[in-house]
Design a protein around this ligand. Sequence first.
Ligand code: ADP
Length: 612
Amino acid sequence: MNKTTPRKNLDALRSSLVRLQLQQLPAEARPPLQDAMQYIDKLAEVVATDAEQGSLEVLYRVSGVLGASLDLNVVLATVMDAVIELTQAERGFLMLVDPDTGKLDLRAARNLEQETIESRDMEVSRTVIHNVIETGLGVVTTDAQNDPRFAAQESVILYSLRSVMCAPLRVRDRTAGVVYLDNRAQKGLFTDKDLEMLNAFASQAAIAIDNARLYTQTDQALAERVSELETLTQIDRELNAQLDFTQVVDIARRWAVAGTGAEDGWIALLEPENPMIIVAGFDDARQTALNGALSAVVERCLSESSSQSLLPQDGSPARLVVPILYNLKPVGILVVERPESFTATAQEFLERLAGRAASAIQNARLYTAVQDANQAKTKFVSVVTHELRIPMTSIKGYTDLLKGGMVGPLTDMQSNFLDVIRNNVERMSVLVADLSDISHIETGKMKLTLASVDLGENVTQVLQTLRPRIDEKQQVLTVNLPEKLPAVNADPNRLAQVLTNLVNNASKYTDPEGKIDVCVLLEGDFIRVEVSDTGIGISAEDQKRLFTQFFRSDDPMVREQQGWGLGLNLTQRLVELMGGHIGIKSEYRKGSQFWFTVPVQKAELPREAEMP
Ligand code: ADP
């Protein structure tokens, strides 16, 4: 439908009648001519209303589509099609102001190419557009040559062949873009009414465009944020899984490079005890840069706890220097480099990464320090225990000689003193032996000679050795050994040591005349040994810490006995080294049952196992 056709026809008819009126017409011909003129005017009104109604319908339909879409491209295309349909324009385009650069971007066009828009004969169109942008008001012109706004334009001759209309897209007091339309003169001219309609529509379209734009921006921003969060979670996961200092530094360094698009990255840390800053994983070239060209920047970064962004200069790359802050105090710096400058987003990312790396680096540092201290302790223990063995053997030997009367008869007091010495050396020997075993296990030097062992026999031998002590306390010992037992895979000496420890404790922590029971039973692929007593029992609280080094209960009945709190810790380690488990059931002041398991021997041949 072309709305100009009926209107043009009526216009033509009217001007013919006017011309007729100017002729010398007979008087009787005048009234019908007048009537005809009136009809034509009425008809023109109807045509105009009809066209307006048609436009309103288009407007209504388009508004619905606009409100329903949040896709910016869909909205722009809909707007463009609608204005063409509404105005019957020959061609047109829509431009939006880029919020970052302020430049106008062509976003939708109908029957127009980018090159045409940029060509010289569109100069006036461009002037119209800038005029609209500046004033925020729509423009319609059909006679540019006589229009003072454009008459000075060189291409006005070309332009005069055209009718141009342009309306602003206004959003919140700001012109966000323009809709431009034009028609060649012979195809019809735009009127002020057309501009009015275009203006009305443009203000509605502008809101839809703004909504879609906001949505797209929010959507993009959200997607970026989600992706950054995913990356940061991944970084957290990697950093938290590591306690090795070198690894932690390397993970942080790799992410710094990957996350900022840098070519290279490194980390330097303040030495805990002195103000030196040292490149982690020491590197001569970087350390030199740090002490030389970069020293002032690093100084500022550390003293102000603020990031420093350096532009590329005189052959040196662009650099971002970000402080690594732990508890608000700088502990080091994270540096990335590349030939081109870094963006603000890269800096934000690096700052977030530095925050995360800080605690991981500090934890790893602490862990390394603890590990070093532990190693030093183990080494010390191993040296001391070794050195103590020889003098202790000699003290024991000489005490026994004295006690045996080698140097003459002893008074009762002398004999008592020798007993005290012997007893204390005995205690020391137990401590030294246990400590030496534990340090061997910790340094991986403990070797077990696993063999096929008759556990029944092993139990019998141990009990034979311990019986005098049990008898001395007049305790009742019962043994429950099944007749047929498969051999176990164990180190016989260590197995005996485990049994000795448990039976010894049972006797030690049970009153005279109490009961001790040793029960052996087959349990699947394991043999289970239970050592039960009717002794002092262990509180639930103490049971939790029973197997830790140097643990001794505060129970006064425990403190009556001598001990170092190392036996159970060593026993547990030995049982586990042989592939078994250990556990306890106890009731305070009623008694305890310690149990452990040893795997049944599968292969026939003995073999030697080393600590992993
Ligand atoms: P120690 O006997 O030298 O103190 P252990 O490591 O053998 O060291 O035992 C650790 C602690 O466990 C003991 O100090 C004691 O509190 C408790 N304990 C061990 N065995 C028993 C037991 N049979 N009855 C009660 N308490 C025990």
